[in-house]
Write a new protein. Structure first.
Ligand code: ZN
Length: 240
């Protein structure tokens, strides 16, 4: 069994690259095992197709150095926080037994993001209840509840509860975003309709947000996270 330190559960392939790939890269560089389970294939995206997104997600997984990247194939735009989908997310959490789960922002421009946050938060709790039975390849799974669920910040400004310095990993983060050539500004895709995220300015906005967060802690780039749980640290000097 592959046990992960961090499991990233986000709704669209590319959300995690935008929201938390610097943090992923940093923890992998520190020897942590990180994997991703995307909830949908992003099949409703205006540009490209589900097949192209699959290839882009695989290319980005290589850039990031993920231990695994899977897709649950939930219906983009139409999944709900219901038993049917909770059981799929519970099975994914139990399969990899992560200490930390990272998921989408609790509210955002795209309504899927907030719904994914609720679905993952609910499922992370339920995954710890042993009377809920799930199986993988017909073997019954053990109950597992992650210690912590964090939410990254994507389009809407949300005041973060913690900031992670990702300055050393910024270029690699941009490379992982650029792996989604169909979604972001790319001269090869000029004939396709333009979207909110495909304009050349979009990447500048991602950088501006990270620089604004970075400034708060005296570094160049940072990623922000929120948590429903109150967070603690070993001692005050771990804070900056
Ligand atoms: Zn998204």
């Amino acid at each position: 069994m592959l046990k992960l330190d961090i499991l990233v559960l986000s709704v669209h392939p590319d959300d995690a690259e935008l929201g938390c790939s610097g943090t992923i890269l940093k923890h992998i560089a520190h020897g942590k095992k990180v994997g991703m389970v995307d909830l949908t294939r992003g099949e409703l995206g205006t540009r490209g197709s589900a097949e192209i997104r699959d290839q882009e997600a695989a290319a980005s997984a290589k850039i990031l150095g993920l231990a695994v990247r899977e897709n649950l194939g939930l219906p983009d735009g139409f999944f709900e926080n219901t038993r049917e989908y909770q059981l799929k997310v519970i099975a994914a959490i139990r399969k990899y037994q992560p200490s930390i789960v990272i998921t989408n922002a609790y509210h955002d421009r795209h309504p899927d993001h907030g719904r994914a946050n609720e679905l993952v938060e609910t499922s992370a709790f339920l995954a710890g209840l042993r009377k809920i039975e799930t199986s993988v390849e017909s073997a019954l799974q053990d109950a597992w509840r992650p210690d912590l669920v964090l939410h990254f910040i994507q389009d809407n400004y949300i005041r973060p509860d913690i900031l992670i310095d990702v300055t050393d990993f910024w270029d690699k983060k941009i490379e992982s975003i650029r792996a989604f050539g169909s979604q972001f500004h790319n001269p090869e895709w000029e004939g396709e309709p333009q979207t909110y995220i495909s304009s050349p300015e979009f990447i500048n906005v991602v950088a501006a947000r990270a620089m604004e967060f970075g400034k708060s802690i005296g570094v160049k780039y940072a990623e922000g996270f929120t948590s429903r749980k109150i967070l603690g640290v070993d001692n005050l000097f771990s804070l900056k």
